[in-house]
Design a binder for this molecule. Structure first.
Ligand code: GDP
Ligand code: MG
Length: 367
């Protein structure tokens, strides 16, 4: 009997030691071992080093032209959406039912979404009825106005200054760009003087944490990680404790999007949220859903699923460069009444941009 007790006491101690040994704080000052970055690259899914050395777009004064870069990033959507609209509308002297029918088709096939398209067309028809639209050019301008109005209606920038630590939970299915987005955000927040801590709660593969560490090392940001396969909630628990103890301004939590079933994934998200809230009351303060714009309507289904189950408060649309499906930005924001906080138009740090509805519509509609 006594021996039995000793045994279980011993096992309890071992469990504790293993738990502590499982956690690893990865200080940004520690060099990333060669093999780690290589691991990340070998996996093929997540390159360790994003390409940071792409040729900058310069304006005539030799200064990096961010608006020009945005326009370039949105080029395919511009061609697919506004290019076709121009072919339909420019030079058109009268607007009739056929014009609206064709416009509707262009909007739907550009991933603006059925719901938003129907609403846009209805509003434009009403404006025509009020004699506000004299010709094709006026209709084009009105369409831009209506799209902008819908984006502005839900828009607000992410403000991290009202809570400390501000807890930012990043969710989304596998491969959409969560870790890359977090890396870019970490370097931006730390460059603007904020103390940042990252949590590697995607514990499915070691490479996921390594990828975060590469970004962390680059921007001088620490990463809390556990061993591969550990319980994501345990990582989150440790990260919350560390964030409070170290007086950080913002804790950004990376998660996995690849549990076997949707139910599992959503249960995991709920568990993570419970743990965060228990440690830092009222947190997470923002739950960012990352969506890959190139997946078009799939992004809409993901937004529906995550919004219902995971308390999404903001969106990031990545990979707008290289896709003609950029209309999805308008569709998801409007359909789910969620602010788009950031958009990704490339792999460099400056390619993650604060979403600005005016700038976005200008970049699309400017000839
Ligand atoms: N072209 C482009 N690629 C991106 C963008 N954002 C992320 N990626 C790439 O998408 C791939 C998957 O990103 P990752 O962050 O690992 O996705 P995660 O599984 O959601 O964490 C990587 O190759 C990223 O470099 C973007 O805005 N544009
Ligand atoms: Mg990842």
């Amino acid at each position: 009997m006594e021996q039995q007790e000793k045994k279980s006491y011993f096992r309890g101690m071992m469990d504790k030691i293993v738990t502590v040994a499982n956690m690893e704080v990865f200080p940004s000052s520690r060099p990333v071992p060669e093999s780690r970055t290589q691991d990340a690259e070998v996996s093929g899914e997540t390159p360790g080093e994003p390409e940071l050395q792409k040729k900058p777009v310069l304006n005539p004064f030799g200064v990096v032209d961010l608006f020009g870069k945005l326009k370039l990033g949105l080029q395919k959507t511009k061609e697919g959406l506004v290019g076709r609209i121009d072919t339909l509308l420019l030079g058109k002297k009268t607007i009739d039912a056929d014009t609206f029918e064709e416009l509707e088709e262009i909007l739907i096939t550009s991933d603006i979404g059925v719901k938003t398209t129907v609403e846009l067309i209805r509003t434009l028809e009403q404006r025509l009825g009020r004699n506000e639209l004299k010709d094709g050019e006026a209709l084009r301008a009105a369409l831009k106005e209506e799209i902008l109005a819908r984006l502005l209606a839900h828009h607000s920038a992410l403000d991290i200054t009202n809570r400390k630590p501000f807890v930012l939970l990043v969710i989304g299915v596998n491969g959409v760009g969560k870790t890359t987005t977090i890396g870019k955000l970490a370097s931006r927040f730390s460059a603007s003087g904020h103390k940042v801590l990252l949590a590697a709660a995607d514990t499915f593969r070691a490479a996921a944490a390594e990828q975060l560490i590469v970004w962390g090392t680059r921007s001088g940001v620490d990463v809390i990680r556990h061993k591969e396969g550990a319980d994501p909630s345990a990582v989150v628990f440790d990260a919350c404790k560390a964030a409070v103890a170290r007086d950080v301004d913002i804790l950004i939590i990376d998660t996995a999007g690849r549990l076997h079933t949707k139910v599992n994934l959503m249960e995991e998200m709920k568990k993570i949220r419970r743990v965060i809230d228990r440690e830092i009351s009222g947190a997470p303060h923002e739950t960012l859903l990352v969506l890959d714009a190139a997946t078009g309507q799939n992004a809409t289904s993901q937004a529906r699923l995550f919004k219902e189950a995971a308390g999404v408060t903001g969106l990031v649309l990545t990979k707008l460069d290289g896709t003609a499906k950029g209309g999805i930005v308008v569709a998801v924001s409007h359909e789910f009444a969620l602010p788009v906080r950031y958009i990704g138009v490339g792999e460099a740090i400056e390619d993650l941009r604060d979403f600005d509805p005016q700038e976005f519509t200008d970049a699309l509609f400017q000839t």
